[in-house]
Design a protein around this ligand. Sequence first.
Ligand code: AOF
Ligand code: ZN
Length: 400
Amino acid sequence: MTAQQDAMYMARALQLAKNGRYTTDPNPRVGCVLVRDNEIIGEGWHVRAGQGHAEVEALKSVQDAKGATAYVTLEPCSHHGKTPPCCDALINVGISRVVAAMQDPNPLVSGRGLAKLEAAGIEVICGVLQEDAQVLNRGFIKRMTVGRPFVRSKLAMSLDGRTALASGESKWITSAESRADVQRLRAESSAILTGINTVLADDPALNARVDFDVVQPVRVILDSRLQMPLNAQMANLPGRTLILTCSQDQAKQQSLQHAGFEVHQLANDGNGQLDLHAVMAFLVKQQINEVLVEAGAILNGALLTACLIDELVVYMAPCILGDQGRGLFHLPGVTTMADKKILKLLDVRQVGGDVRLILEPQANPLQFKEFLNVIKTDELSLEDITVEVEAVRQIRHHGR
Ligand code: AOF
Ligand code: ZN
């Protein structure tokens, strides 16, 4: 098989993996293609946690897979989880070659699956279309390797960067098409995170209203002082609603639990607000891979300041709300240009009558000079410093 053929079959396996985009949580999305004599003889993908893994589903679709090559978007597992190891299934049917896109970041597997296949005499290649496979499971990978979920914040704004009028009224700034796009973002998320002020203002449902099969995201409300109304509509909707608080008020906690909420008390940040790093650590314990933030300027500002936002999805509508309207981020710490938050534009496209921007927050090199402990920083280019900052950031996150 040529490298080009390997890439072609892996592209098909990735396409299959995407069928699980809305349903595999907390598991990764994985696809598998079985090929013999340059012909696809079987296909499968992982649909739901607890059900068959991609390899097992692909093997089910053929009578005889002896001598075939298995293309898998993730290293076949070697552990007994909710299902038996895929490695054993592949070995038992006589697969002769396994091509994986990437290693499984799950410490229970991480290389052991590939090693086990090799030990059984199977030819193994890893790394074909690796980056595409990584993007598909960036939340799962981040949870497994960094101990944090992938956090995406969705923002809807006017041309002049306003998310609501001064009164708080915001229905609607963006088009119906953009709002439908947001439902899809919700559907592919493991959790939707918002603050109590948004709940008090909007009484939102925070569920994915889509016409395809979906594992509904968990609702997560940051409510430091337990202001959640007992009659908020979320209390009576299907699915979990977690209230995260640093309030020790046992009576309030209990009455919210009786109303249908799950209440979890976490550390505070020393100023009476929830510690956002503790929130992320808690979400990882809940096996949350991908978080969608739908919140106001205060929570978004705090998350951005804490370097906890991985991606921004901004819908910009062609309307103007004026300078009395509310902004996107409350950032009292930004007082000079050196403090500004720097973003990298990853994608721009039109959705309905709006423009959708996807952006990635960047480390601001100017704020890290001291922290970097680099002698003669002035001699380094901004690009060099950015690389250094990213390295330090990674070390800090791993250390957490
Ligand atoms: C594979 N193929 O299609 C998937 C894998 O509890 P279980 O048995 O469902 O195992 C979940 C773990 O298996 C998950 O954390 C990840 O490491 C791996 N996922 N592995 O060989 C698949 N979905
Ligand atoms: Zn498996």
